[in-house]
Design a protein around this ligand. Structure first.
Ligand code: FAD
Length: 497
């Protein structure tokens, strides 16, 4: 517990690490509080960055709004493409695919969600696929995209992670962030346990009031200096390795992240303007590195541009990502595999949260406790959502999928699945990332069909229900057909690569 009378103002912020997390933190803090602070960022070219993390979700837009980023400039600089959702291939069962898209499906209704009307429609034989009632999903299937008025199309980006860090650096330095090249080799502490300074291999010592640990999986300050342990989640999430490789583009970029399940995990494909990012995620208990590498390379298109490399990870979270005067952001805070592209989202949430609670007049334990409680609530919901993808499956072709189906799951997730199965109901918990439509798309996609629906849907007659569903589908079909192809739109919007 901190001394409540110690009100040492926070003026010197030291960001350790310059990957996506470090530069997002630098860009955010310098934009909002830059004039009041002395901000230093230390990164080591010799160590480099993890070099993956290229699929995002629409919440990134909020962060870009804070930074006043010009979208066309950002897309050109990071060779980004648009993303409308994720295509989950063979997750439910081999060769059974579905899309988890952004946006909403159908319309809102204050008593019952659209899924209840759709369910009634299926029962009466007047409804088609659930996805037919979602604009973003249909556009992604047709490989089409355009900005629509009134934010009519919900989207995110695929981006080149290393270009993104460089782009954010260019925004941050003019706002006063001082970048220091060098490798941190040691740290010194105050008697109360706070970090006083870090020392580089060159001998330079850098003091600070607040340290932001963005050193990636190394977790130099939060793990080593502050000895904050992780909560391990590998009983639910078996994957602990990834191999990433970049390839040349073959054909048009699609506005979808592809997530292709295999016998012991899954493989991603992320199309950018100038290349494609690929990677295989797997459990070392079920698949060895050589077999995974072969499997990855057998399932990529185009020429490989880099040597594939193995990345080891542990599915986990630190319960205190803020401890003393150290705040861990990015991979140093924990890691959930990128099935739903949530890591960059969590980085921007942490940066925004830290700015909201910024301890200008001194670090208070109450601020720390609130920050950590908010982070924990947020991550627990995401963890459940990710486990759902593995647990609800019909695959019988490998022990990995059988074990995932048979494992016991967190009570919070079990409750959601049971509720949906029995009643078709889903409720979003306040401040949780994934809204009802995401849970519904994934639960239906993984093969859960509710046993019943809300009675309000029964009040509609056959013709009324048919007309209601038909009008939504018709409006979407008419919109999609008028959209340009995603590739043509990106070329026009960003200039041909
Ligand atoms: P890093 O990129 O590893 O950066 C660490 C920084 O710390 C580097 O600059 C390094 O030089 C520096 N550093 C380390 N030690 C020292 C030292 N001693 N001295 C000085 N500097 C030091 N997220 C998504 O949102 N979408 C995705 O699609 C996605 N895919 C992923 C796929 C895989 C396989 C993995 C592992 C992660 C993925 N992520 C994804 C997560 C995403 O990659 C990270 O959240 C993001 O890149 C942030 O990483 P980071 O900045 O925390 O760490």
């Amino acid at each position: 517990m901190r001394d409540p009378n110690n009100r040492q103002p926070v003026r010197r912020v030291v960001i350790c690490g310059g990957g996506t997390a470090g530069w997002m933190a630098a860009a955010g803090i310098s934009k909002v509080l830059g004039k009041l602070l002395d901000i230093k960022l230390i990164e080591s070219e010799e160590i480099g960055t993890v070099g993956v993390g290229e699929a995002t979700i629409p919440t990134l837009m909020n962060f870009h709004n804070v930074l006043e980023i010009n979208e066309q400039e950002f897309m050109a600089e990071t060779q980004a493409t648009f993303k409308l959702g994720i295509s989950f291939e063979s997750w439910r069962n081999v060769k059974q695919d579905y899309i988890h898209s952004f946006g909403i499906t159908g319309t809102d209704h204050w008593t019952a969600g659209f899924q209840h009307f759709w369910h009634k429609g299926v029962e009466r034989g007047v409804a088609s696929d659930y996805g037919d009632y979602c604009l973003e999903l249909k556009a992604s299937m047709e490989n089409r995209f355009a900005h629509l008025p009134n934010n009519g199309m919900n989207y995110a980006y695929h981006l080149d992670a290393s270009r993104y860090a460089k782009y954010l650096r260019r925004l941050s330095e003019p706002r006063g962030v001082q970048r220091i090249e060098g490798k941190i080799v040691s740290y010194a502490k105050h008697p109360n346990g706070d970090v006083r300074s870090v020392t580089l291999a060159s001998g330079q010592e850098i003091e600070g009031d607040l340290f932001i640990d963005c050193t990636g999986f190394r977790a130099l300050l939060i793990g080593e200096a502050m000895q904050e342990d992780v909560e391990d989640w590998s009983q639910w999430l078996f994957c602990d390795r990834a191999i990433a490789v970049q390839t040349t583009s073959v054909g048009d970029a699609v506005p979808l992240t592809r997530s292709m399940a295999h016998q012991a995990g899954w493989q991603w494909r992320i199309p950018l303007q100038h290349r494609v990012g690929n990677g295989i995620v797997y459990s070392s208990r079920y698949l060895d590195d050589d077999a995974a590498r072969k499997q990855l390379l057998a399932n990529v298109e185009g020429k490989t541009l880099i040597e594939p490399r193995v990345i080891k990870f542990q599915p986990c979270q630190r319960r205190n990502t803020w401890k003393g005067n150290v705040v861990a952001i990015g991979l140093s805070s924990g890691f959930l595999e990128p099935i739903e592209s949530t890591s960059i989202h969590l980085i921007q949430r942490s940066v925004i949260r830290l700015m909201q609670s910024f301890p200008s007049d001194g670090i208070q334990q109450a601020d720390i406790d609130e920050y950590n409680a908010q982070c924990n609530r947020e991550i627990d919901h995401i963890r459940d959502f990710i486990i759902l993808h593995y647990h609800v499956n019909n695959r019988t072709d490998s022990q990995f999928w059988i074990d995932a189906r048979e494992m016991s799951i967190p009570d919070s997730l079990k409750h959601r699945i049971d509720l949906f199965k029995e009643t078709g109901r889903v409720f979003r918990i306040p401040n949780e990332l994934f809204a009802e439509n995401s849970w519904i798309q994934v639960m239906l996609g993984q093969g859960i069909m509710p046993k019943s629906h809300h009675q309000t849907a029964d009040l509609m007659g056959d013709e009324e229900l048919k007309a209601f569903l038909g009008s939504i589908k018709g409006r979407i079909d008419r919109t999609v057909v008028q959209l340009p192809t995603h590739q043509a739109y990106v070329e026009r919007y960003c200039g041909r690569p």
